[in-house]
Design a protein around this ligand. Structure first.
Ligand code: SDX
Length: 428
């Protein structure tokens, strides 16, 4: 145990225990601060606040390191598949061959959704954003699966976890099919997780569909890259929702809603739209100037990160995957890729971006890849949600199983009106 931290405030000097993790910064336990000083800490955006203890994912933003249960993302993306990563995040260890086979079998046999969910979809306009459909349909799962909403039962928690991992691709594919007016395609149990998803998205009943193994492997790797990322905004949303005892489906729906924002998971959609707006290499300088202009709200979407002050390790793997997919599809000169590569080159040599440590993040290249695969821009964040569901569920389970867990209830700095007397309307 490290030496305690001492703080002089409100005319007192109080000590706080300092806790060390296995790697990464120590934390100062300030849970008794208010009781001892009558003061709160103030940290909007939680830039210096650890909200929990976790054993799942570790990020070193200065070094550009990302570990899932201690394993570097580069190795998991290179050697494993997405369901292996799901097992690792949920159970804490890489599966044996037998455990992997059993896990794949269990996930595969939870991929169908209740048939009445189809009627639920009929209520949406065809041009509804797929993320709106996902927020609603994921939350609606709690109206269908009452036998896995008792969060105090470990068995029900694991059943709900498997159902979420298994059904997200089905719901995502249904959201896509509904938006283009095509019939839903049922899951096919003899396909692997990601091949099954591609088939549910792109097959039609009137002809056979053959999954391209290169594209399936690339998308599976993209899912691995997006699976978890410690206490990001949507994961913190899931944890906060879960701290009230809400059922897991409702908590994941809250995570989907938060992920939708363009500052978070919505950045992949926004980044591709930005590249399309830039349109050509010649127009890059004017957009770089706008990104640096304090009076212009424009930001380079897909650039910058709260934690990474170095290159996002996922972005490097994403860039490699982009080239693989474009080569496989015979797309030689994608103008958007040319703009992205030149934009990255210019930004990484520009004093503003260097000084603010702004590097491409995972969302910078993902849009180009997903567009090449045939996904519309509006589906990009849906795919992010499909992958991140296992991270949300793993973090939710860890929070529920943490004996020190209490309902999350932050305080505030109040700057509103002090107490004042009511004035009747004829005297105002
Ligand atoms: C994800 O948290 C996670 O782990 C998220 C995620 C995950 O896997 O869950 O990694 C996924 O959300 C990735 C990030 C995707 N978002 C974007 O690409 C949107 C563009 N990026 C920015 O909006 C921003 O960089 C954030 C939101 C990602 C981070 O914001 P911060 O940490 O609050 O940083 P900031 O807004 O305080 O910016 C610091 C400075 C500011 O300038 P000053 O006020 O100090 O002068 O950098 C500038 C900002 O103006 N800046 C940018 C910029 N990002 C930050 N300037 C131009 N373009 C940008 N993209």
């Amino acid at each position: 145990m490290s030496a305690p931290a001492s703080l002089s405030a409100a005319g007192k000097t109080v000590e706080f225990p300092v806790k060390s993790g296995s790697i990464g910064p120590d934390v100062m336990d300030i849970s008794k601060l208010y009781a001892q000083t009558g003061m709160f800490t103030y940290d909007p955006g939680f830039t210096s606040t650890a909200s929990c203890e976790s054993k799942i994912t570790y990020i070193d933003g200065d070094e550009g390191v990302l570990l899932y249960r201690g394993y570097p993302i580069e190795q998991l993306a290179e050697h494993g598949d997405f369901l292996e990563t799901c097992y690792l995040l949920l159970y804490g260890e890489l599966p044996t061959a037998a455990q992997k086979a059993d896990f794949d079998y269990r996930v595969t046999r939870h991929t169908m959704v209740h048939e009445q969910m189809m009627r639920f979809f009929q209520g949406f306009r065809r041009d509804a954003h797929p993320m709106a459909v996902m927020v609603a349909s994921v939350g609606a799962l709690s109206a269908f699966y009452h036998d896995s909403t008792d969060i105090s039962d470990p068995q029900q928690r694991m059943v709900a976890s498997m159902r979420m991992v298994a059904k997200m691709p089905t719901l995502a594919a249904m959201a896509y099919k509904y938006s283009i007016g095509q019939p839903f395609i049922y899951p096919q149990n003899d396909l692997d997780y990601t091949s099954n998803f591609l088939k549910m998205c792109f097959a039609v009943p009137c002809e056979d569909y053959k999954v391209n193994p290169v594209l399936s492997r690339a998308l599976d790797r993209i899912f691995i890259l997006h699976a978890d990322h410690e206490q990001n905004a949507s994961t913190s949303t899931v944890r906060l929702a879960g701290s009230s005892g809400a059922n897991p489906f409702a908590c994941i729906a809250a995570g989907v809603a938060c992920l939708w924002g363009p500052a978070h998971g919505g950045a992949n959609e926004a980044a591709l739209k930005m590249l399309e707006e830039i349109g050509s290499v010649e127009r890059i300088p004017q957009f770089i100037a706008r990104a640096k202009d304090k009076n212009d709200p424009f930001r380079l979407m897909g650039f910058g990160h709260r934690v990474y002050k170095n290159y996002d390790p996922r972005a490097k793997i994403m860039q490699k995957t982009t080239h693989e997919v474009l080569n496989e599809l015979g797309i030689k000169d994608d103008p958007l890729l040319d703009v992205a590569i030149e934009l990255e080159r210019i930004a990484l040599h520009d004093e503003y971006f260097i000084e603010k440590k702004l590097y491409p993040n995972i969302d910078f290249y993902s849009g180009i890849t997903l567009k090449a695969m045939g996904f519309p821009t509006s589906m990009f964040t849906v795919l992010f949600a499909v992958a991140r569901t296992v991270g949300w569920i793993a973090q939710w389970k860890e929070m529920i199983e943490d004996p020190s867990q209490r309902i999350g209830r932050p305080r505030q700095l109040y700057t509103g009106a002090p107490t004042r007397e009511y004035v009747s309307i004829n005297q105002r």
